[in-house]
Design a binder for this molecule. Structure first.
Ligand code: ATP
Ligand code: MG
Length: 550
């Protein structure tokens, strides 16, 4: 019995052990199952996640405006993002295995090779360059290329080039630079001002170029912050300014010509073109003004105008001469003809006295014509600068008295008076002057005084000695000279509007002005219509020949 028990116990123990092992095995299988399932689920989830992020990454790369290219150390393209098609014109696959260096502009090739060499040298190294690359259409594009060495990164195993197309930006920069240098180098002053205020103090100057400084004399620092009004002055045409103002108020471009002033006060003519400048939303922000210096053109215009004016005057002179000549010659010729006809046909019937009267008339007319011809010749000579000037020592009081006596004989309606003022200085009263010319001056002025006082009155000649000069003053109480004629009085053939039928050619004063100028003297007058005129001739005491008038 005692042997039987241990056997039973052993069997039970064995069974228990076996059961235990079975339970343990079952537990292990279940746990492994669970672990296995979980492991695969996790792996699946991980794979899904990595697929998702890869897609995301791909979509990011493809939709990026930048192009990502992976190249070998020698430049062979290993990968190119789809965005390369937008940049270079062909699908990404087309570019695979091409050498990127083949697309680089010859000018930039060395720089591109340097980039690859430099970046290849050390892992994770990076560099940035700008390169010109030829696209599929043959056009050159400018790329900003950022290179990164990821050769030892197993998933990349190459140099990553991130390329950004900066062609447009570069073109804009270039045209901006171009414009800037055009503005800076322009020969015409350029001013940029704020858009407002148009009222005082006016828009402030924000920019002036070098030509502005060169022409106006204002340094940029002096002009900045001021307004363009610094260029205006007393001769700046207010009409031109109001034209500018009207255009500015309407935000319209405008071109005007006006006088501007330099810093030192010198005037210059400017053709001013002003235009408004708008920002990208069309809001006017500035004014740009270009000032072309047109002083030379204006001077040339003035000269042409002058020449035309002189030509017009010459034409007028000619026509005045023709009308004067036809009148002044025809009238005496008609008188001579009539008198000689009378003598010829009826001489036998006329008394000796009447005959003499006719003959005197003929002689007087011939003298008038001769004098007229002489005056025409004299003015011709004077204008050609060939008037003779022979100063000699003259006794002036004597000369004045002689002329007055001669003229007094011809007029009984006028009282001719002579007055001498001042010290003669020279004991014998002699001074140096051209007798012929002086006689011409005095005779003409005195005969004018008589002629243009048809109702008679006093005609006074005053001879005044001054320390350095001698003055002759001829005063009458005649018809006077209208203001409108006074400015033209010394022009040849000009006769005042109130001369009426008083004979004359309008040459006398023109001639005597030349004569006075030859003496180095002057002739002036003042006159009031209806009251009379006063002519004053002044010559230096000791004169030498002066240049005739031009
Ligand atoms: P001439 O050649 O014979 O002298 P003229 O007397 O007409 O002719 P000027 O002596 O040159 O010519 O005078 C020009 C004009 O000036 C005259 O025609 C006349 O209209 C005006 N004038 C000159 N002197 C006087 C004067 N004293 N009073 C009024 N008018 C005058
Ligand atoms: Mg006269």
């Amino acid at each position: 019995m005692s042997d039987f028990l241990p056997i039973l116990e052993r069997s039970l123990l064995a069974i228990c052990l076996a059961a235990l092992i079975l339970v343990a095995a079952a537990l292990i299988v279940t746990w492994f199952d669970i672990w296995f399932d979980r492991h695969f689920a996790l792996e699946k989830a991980g794979a899904a996640l990595s697929r998702h992020s890869e897609k995301r990454f791909q979509s990011l790369v493809q939709n990026s405006s930048d192009v990502i290219i992976v190249v070998s150390e020698t430049g062979i393209i290993d990968y190119a993002s789809q965005s390369i098609q937008r940049l270079l014109g062909h699908e990404a696959e087309t570019w695979l295995h091409c050498n990127i260096l083949a697309l680089v502009h010859p000018q930039d090739l060395a720089q591109a090779q340097d980039l690859l060499a430099k970046v290849s040298r050390s892992p994770r190294a990076g560099a940035v360059v700008e390169l010109q690359i030829q696209d599929g259409t043959g056009m050159w594009r400018i790329l900003e290329v950022i290179a990164h060495n990821l050769i030892d990164e197993p998933t990349v195993a190459g140099i990553v080039l991130t390329c950004h197309d900066i062609t447009h930006r570069k073109q804009q920069e270039q045209s901006l630079r171009l414009l800037q240098s055009v503005v800076m180098q322009a020969k015409d002053p350029i001013i940029i001002t704020e858009a407002t205020p148009l009222d005082l103090p006016g828009p402030r100057i924000l920019y002036v170029n070098q030509a502005f400084t060169k022409i106006t004399g204002y340094e940029a620092e002096e002009a900045l912050g001021k307004t363009p009004r610094i260029l205006q002055g007393k001769n700046t045409d207010p009409e031109a300014l109001s034209k500018i103002r009207t255009a500015l108020e309407a935000w319209q471009p405008v071109v005007v010509e006006l006088v501007n002033y330099c810093k030192d006060g010198t005037e210059f003519w400017a053709e001013l073109s002003i235009a408004p400048v708008a920002n990208e939303v069309g809001w006017f922000t500035h004014w740009v003004a270009i000032q072309r210096n047109i002083t030379e053109r204006k001077q040339a215009e003035a000269e042409i105008q002058n020449a035309l004016e002189q030509e017009r005057e010459l034409r007028e002179l000619k026509s005045r001469f023709i009308s004067m000549a036809s009148h002044e010659f025809r009238t005496p010729l008609a008188t001579i003809m009539a008198s000689s006809d009378l003598l010829k046909s009826f001489g036998h019937k006329l008394s000796e006295e009447k005959k003499l009267e006719r003959l005197n008339k003929i002689q007087a007319e011939v003298r008038n014509m001769t004098q007229l011809l002489e005056e025409v010749l004299l003015i011709g000579k004077a204008e050609a600068g060939k008037m003779q000037f022979n100063p000699t020592r003259l006794n002036l009081p004597q000369l004045c008295q002689d002329i007055l006596d001669e003229l007094g004989l011809a007029s009984d309606r006028h009282s001719l008076t002579f007055e001498q003022v001042g010290d003669e200085a020279e004991p014998d009263g002699l001074i140096s002057a051209d007798e012929k010319l002086l006689r011409h001056i005095l005779t003409n002025l005195l005969s004018n005084a008589i002629k243009y006082s048809p109702h008679g009155g006093e005609v006074r000649l005053k001879l005044q000695y001054e320390p350095a000069s001698i003055t002759f003053q001829i005063q009458d109480q005649g018809i006077g000279i209208p203001l409108a004629d006074q400015v033209h009085l010394f022009e040849p053939f000009h006769r005042a509007s109130n001369a009426g039928s008083i004979p004359g050619t309008g040459l006398g004063l023109a001639i005597i002005r030349y004569a006075a100028t030859l003496h180095g003297g002057t002739i002036q007058f003042d006159s009031t219509v209806g009251l009379g005129s006063r002519f004053t001739v002044s010559i230096p005491r000791f004169c030498s020949a002066q240049s005739p008038l031009t």
